[in-house]
Design a protein. Structure first.
Length: 193
């Protein structure tokens, strides 16, 4: 039987970083401390307010980044540069020397060597549902810019703007997601290697 939990604004940790502010949505294990870099995986959003930002080095972690609003040009020194606009993504290693130009709101997934992660987003329109089949591990849905209706196990769940739904161990269960207005749905899957 799977575990289902909604995380709301009052459950999140907010802090400042060199480029703006960040909000920790979820960390595993729950007692882990991001600052000590002893965690399996972490989900967060960030508001990048500085025109030029330097990413915090995270040796031993892989990172996935998705732009929710705005646009940046991300540069990994000696590797590549990429322009990202809304719903654009990038995957890179935490040990890389990374900077960005521009301002945005982004969604971040950080995974240690023990975990794999997938990060994607789609614009959900009203009366145009999306169907997913849950897989092993953790599935997360994050609503940005509006509320989502989520149908799971004959339950109807309302996921409000900027809330996070966590579903653990829902192997092969069907999930239907519909927008109550046009809204960005962020989907994250994390599983042990």
């Amino acid at each position: 039987m799977s575990n289902i939990k909604i995380f709301r604004q009052e459950d999140f940790l907010h802090s400042a970083w060199s480029g703006g502010t960040t909000t920790q949505l979820f960390i595993y294990p729950p007692e882990a401390a991001y600052a000590e870099c002893h965690f399996g995986f972490r989900l967060s959003t960030a508001s990048v307010q500085a025109e030029t930002s330097v990413f915090t080095p995270l040796p031993g972690f892989s990172r996935k980044l998705l732009i929710l609003k705005g646009a940046i040009t991300i540069c990994h020194a000696g590797r590549y540069t990429k322009h990202l606009k809304a719903l654009g993504t990038d995957a890179f290693e935490g040990v890389w020397e990374t900077t960005s130009q521009g301002t945005c709101t982004d969604f971040n997934l950080m995974t240690s060597a023990a975990y794999n992660g997938q990060l994607s987003a789609v614009k959900v329109k009203e009366n145009s549902p999306h169907f997913y089949k849950a897989e092993a591990g953790w599935i997360f849905f994050y609503a940005f810019g509006g509320d989502l209706g989520i149908g799971l196990r004959n339950e109807n769940i309302v996921l409000k703007d900027k809330q996070l739904l966590c579903i653990q161990d829902a192997d092969n269960e069907g999930i239907m997601i519909s927008g109550m207005a046009p809204v960005v749905l962020v989907k994250v899957r994390v599983f042990k290697k």
